[in-house]
Design a protein around this ligand. Structure first.
Ligand SMILES: NC(=O)c1ccc[n+]([C@@H]2O[C@H](COP(=O)([O-])OP(=O)(O)OC[C@H]3O[C@@H](n4cnc5c(N)ncnc54)[C@H](OP(=O)(O)O)[C@@H]3O)[C@@H](O)[C@H]2O)c1
Length: 292
């Protein structure tokens, strides 16, 4: 791919709740922690550099969570970028506890969420969080109680826009009876399409869909990706991102990386335009994989 300028502007824009506008390629900050998403990153200066470079490249949507580190990820974002440039949207999440590396335990009780929001406000040095996502429904807490708590925090001015993560369409419909939902964050890629129907639902209802783990590619996926990547002199990662950007105007990918080189490569990928044929070939990957 022959890219003269690297900018997230080439991804186009998306509106969140009719209130905020961001470029349609964001940055997932989770990787900027220690192993097992625990503790500080090995190289703090490098992690700060990745965040600053993302913003320089026009990325104005950063995804994080109180559970990344825990706390470390939000603190790093504030250290790298506060005072925040105008238009930068930080989306954080709550609803997990972290007893240790690679361990995640549910807690979306109203009391936990209220404390979590206070903690995130402090660490991010914000008076109001632009986008706050329920990280995942808690199986032993009423979903309505979790969402209702976020709705009240929205009324009290602590949260500007409420969002969900790891949910079904039924969850979204139930949540929307309580408060407007601006985005949904589920695992999704061209090769990992369990949530296709949620993407379609979000598109019909003007809700942003934020795919995490955008490169869930197996063997078949790899062959087709490589072929298309070679045709564009691009990398497989860039092709996978280009598929997501073409899949729906409501998709807002947040590829994560701890490397400035990978970040630049991912942002440069927003200039790649797949042909209809290439898009279809990648779209057929899950069926192909199922028949082998
Ligand atoms: N809501 C949820 O439950 C949930 C769950 C997981 C993640 N997330 C969010 O989604 C974001 C993205 O998900 P993810 O980080 O799990 O998956 P991802 O973006 O699909 O992949 C990240 C991995 O790919 C590598 N990578 C990134 N760009 C690359 C490139 N150009 N070339 C080669 N390797 C590259 C990174 O390694 P290097 O560091 O070496 O580049 C990292 O190991 C996270 O940061 C987080 O904000 C949310």
């Amino acid at each position: 791919m022959n890219v003269r300028e690297i900018s997230a502007n080439f991804a186009g824009m998306i509106e969140l709740g009719g209130e905020l506008s961001v470029n349609r390629l964001g940055f997932g900050a989770m990787r900027l922690t220690g192993e097992g998403i625990w503790g500080p990153p090995k190289d703090r200066q490098a992690a700060l550099a990745v965040l600053r470079r993302a913003v320089e490249l026009g990325v104005n949507f950063i995804d994080t969570a109180d559970s990344y580190g825990p706390n470390v990820n939000e603190e790093l974002i504030a250290e790298a970028l506060h005072p925040y440039p105008a238009g930068l949207v930080i989306a954080t999440k709550g609803g997990w506890n972290r007893p240790g590396p690679n361990q995640w335990t549910h807690d979306a009780t109203p009391a936990h969420l209220r404390n979590a929001v206070e903690g995130s406000l402090k660490r991010l040095r914000l008076e109001r969080i632009d986008v706050y996502q329920l990280h995942t429904p808690d199986p032993v807490v009423s979903f309505e109680d979790s969402v209702g708590t976020l709705a009240r925090l929205n009324e009290h001015g602590k949260i500007r826009l409420v969002a969900l993560s790891n949910v079904t369409q039924e969850h979204i419909e139930r949540a929307r009876k309580i408060v407007p939902i601006v985005s949904v964050q589920n695992r999704y890629s061209f090769a990992d399409r369990e949530w296709d129907y949620v993407v379609d639902y979000c598109e019909r209802n003007g809700i942003a869909f934020i795919p995490w783990f955008p490169l869930g590619a197996g063997r078949v996926a790899g062959q087709i990706l490589d072929q298309i990547a070679r045709a564009h002199q691009a990398t497989p990662h860039q092709v996978a991102l280009a598929w997501l950007l073409k899949r729906s105007p409501m998709l807002l990918p947040i590829p994560g990386t701890s490397s400035v080189n990978h970040l630049e490569e991912n942002v440069a990928g927003t200039s790649l335009r797949l042909t209809a044929r290439e898009y279809e070939a990648l779209s057929r990957v899950p069926q192909l994989a199922a028949t082998r």
